[in-house]
Design a protein around this ligand. Structure first.
Ligand code: DI6
Ligand code: FE
Length: 404
C-alpha cells in the first residue's frame, strides 16, 4: 500500500495526558494500516512517493469510538415512549412486562437478516459521523441461541462495513419472562451454558452485567464475572444507573475495564475506580431519555483522574440515539464536561474502556490509522453544534472510507 501524507492540518492528536494534544500546522504520514509519524509542518520530512492530501487547515482527530451500544435489537419502543410521556415510570413500564422484555420478544421473533437490516441503518448513521470503532452488546435474546444470534449480527456488521466491532456478552441484562422469580436459576444458565457457548463460537470480546434492583444483584453479577475470569474475558458493568447497589465498586475491584452510567455512584466510592484503573463511561443519552436529574459524580472523577468516556448507549428504550456528535453536546450541556473532556471521551478514553488504547484512540506513531477530517477550525466545534455533521473524510485502518 502506498503511503498517504496529510499536510496543512490542525491535528488533535489526543496523545497527551489531559488535553487535545493539538498541533496547529501539522503533517501526518500513514504507512499501510499504521501511522508513521505526526509532526509540525515545519519539521516534516516528506517522503518522495506518497499520496498527498492537502487538508487546507481543516481539523483531523482520531476516528471516533462509541464504546457502549445496544445497536442490535428487534422492533422499537415507540409505544413505551408515549406511555412514559403519559406519566408511567421506567421501572413501572418494566414491571408491566414492557421495557427491556418487550424488546426481548421482538428480538427473539426477528431473523438474523431482519436484525441486520435494522441495525445497518443505525450503524450507517454512526459511521457518517466518523465512528471507526464501536462496541455492540447482546442482551435482548436472553437465551443461548438468541444471544448468539445477536452477537452474530454484530460480527456480521463488522464484516460488512469498514469499522471495528467489539462484541460484548450481556446475557445478564434482564430476567427473561420464562425465569420470572428465578433469577439465580437464570444466572446459572448464563454461567453454565450461554456465556461459554457464545465464547466458544468466538463471539465474545467482553462480558457485561446490568446490576440493578430490576435486573441482577451484586452476588449474581459476581457469579457471571467468575466465569468471565475463567474464560479470560474482560468485564464491565451497567452500574448505579438508578440506585446505589455497590456494583461499580465490586466490578472495579475485579479489574473491570469500565463501569457505565454511575449516576448514583457516591463520590466517596470514586477513589476505588481510580485505584483499579477503571474507566467511567457516562451515558448522557440515557440520562436525557429518562429525564434523570441525579448527575454522575463528575467532580470526584476529575479529582481522582478517573478516565471519563462517553457513548450513545444506543438502545430502543432509554437512549434511542444514533449520533455520537449529539452525545458530545449532551455531555457538555447536561453533565458540564468540557468539550476537551467530551472529545477525550469518544477517543482515547473510549479506547481505554474497550481495552484498546495501545492501538487506537489517539494519533501517534505506531497506532492504527483511524482518523477523521472535519470541516471545522477548532475541536470544541464538534461538541458545540447540534445537527450539523462536519465530517468530510474518514480513514479506517489506513483505508479510505470516505475521501476528501
Ligand atoms: N440500562 C439502560 O439504560 C439500557 N439497558 C440498561 O441496562 C436500557 C435498555 C432498554 O430499556 O431496552
Ligand atoms: Fe447500556
Amino acid at each position: 500500500m502506498p503511503q498517504t501524507l496529510f499536510t496543512n492540518a490542525r491535528i488533535a492528536t489526543m496523545s497527551d495526558a489531559s488535553g487535545y494534544g493539538l498541533i496547529d500546522d501539522a503533517a501526518l504520514l500513514v504507512d499501510g494500516q499504521r501511522i508513521e509519524w505526526v509532526t509540525p509542518m515545519a519539521q516534516a520530512k516528506f517522503p518522495l512517493n506518497s499520496n498527498r492530501v492537502d487538508c487546507e487547515g481543516r481539523l483531523i482527530t482520531p476516528g471516533l469510538i462509541d464504546c457502549h451500544t445496544h445497536l442490535v435489537y428487534g422492533g422499537n419502543r415507540v409505544d413505551e415512549f408515549e406511555q412514559r410521556l403519559e406519566g408511567v415510570s421506567y421501572e413501572e413500564v418494566a414491571q408491566r412486562g414492557g421495557g427491556i422484555v418487550s424488546t426481548v420478544k421482538a428480538t427473539r421473533e426477528a431473523s438474523e437478516s431482519e436484525l441486520l437490516v435494522q441495525a445497518r441503518a443505525r450503524l450507517e448513521q454512526l459511521l457518517s459521523e466518523g465512528v471507526t470503532t464501536l462496541e455492540i452488546k447482546s442482551g435482548y435474546g436472553l437465551d443461548r441461541d438468541n444471544e448468539i444470534k445477536m452477537l452474530s449480527v454484530a460480527k456480521k456488521l463488522g464484516e460488512l462495513y469498514p469499522v471495528r466491532v467489539l462484541k460484548t456478552f450481556l446475557g445478564a441484562h434482564a430476567l427473561p419472562p420464562e425465569f420470572a422469580d428465578q433469577a439465580d436459576e437464570y444466572i446459572e444458565l448464563v454461567c453454565k451454558d450461554m456465556l461459554p457457548r457464545a465464547q466458544a463460537e468466538g463471539l465474545v470480546d467482553a462480558v457485561d452485567v446490568f446490576i440493578e434492583s430490576l435486573a441482577f444483584n451484586v452476588e449474581q453479577a459476581q457469579r457471571v464475572f467468575d466465569v468471565a475470569a475463567q474464560l479470560g474475558l474482560p468485564i464491565k458493568a451497567h452500574a448505579e444507573q438508578l440506585s446505589d447497589l455497590g456494583g461499580a465498586v465490586m466490578a472495579a475491584s475485579r479489574g473491570a475495564l469500565s463501569v457505565d452510567h454511575i449516576e448514583y455512584l457516591p463520590a466517596s466510592d470514586v477513589a476505588q475506580l481510580a485505584q483499579h484503573n477503571t474507566v467511567a463511561v457516562l451515558l448522557p443519552g440515557a440520562f436525557y431519555g429518562l429525564r434523570e436529574t441525579r448527575l454522575p459524580p463528575i467532580e470526584a472523577l476529575r479529582q481522582h483522574q478517573v478516565p471519563i468516556a462517553i457513548a450513545t448507549d444506543a438502545n430502543p428504550g432509554s437512549s434511542p440515539v444514533s449520533s455520537l456528535l449529539l452525545i458530545l453536546n449532551m455531555a457538555c450541556t447536561l453533565f458540564r464536561l468540557t468539550p476537551r473532556e467530551a472529545l477525550r471521551g469518544v477517543t482515547i478514553n473510549a479506547a481505554k474502556a474497550l481495552g484498546l488504547d495501545a492501538g487506537i484512540g489517539s494519533l501517534q506513531a505506531g497506532k492504527q490509522a483511524d482518523l477523521v477530517i472535519w470541516d471545522v477550525d477548532k475541536p470544541s466545534e464538534l461538541a458545540y453544534q447540534i445537527g450539523l455533521n462536519p465530517c468530510v473524510a474518514v480513514m479506517q485502518a489506513g483505508n479510505w472510507r470516505k475521501t476528501l
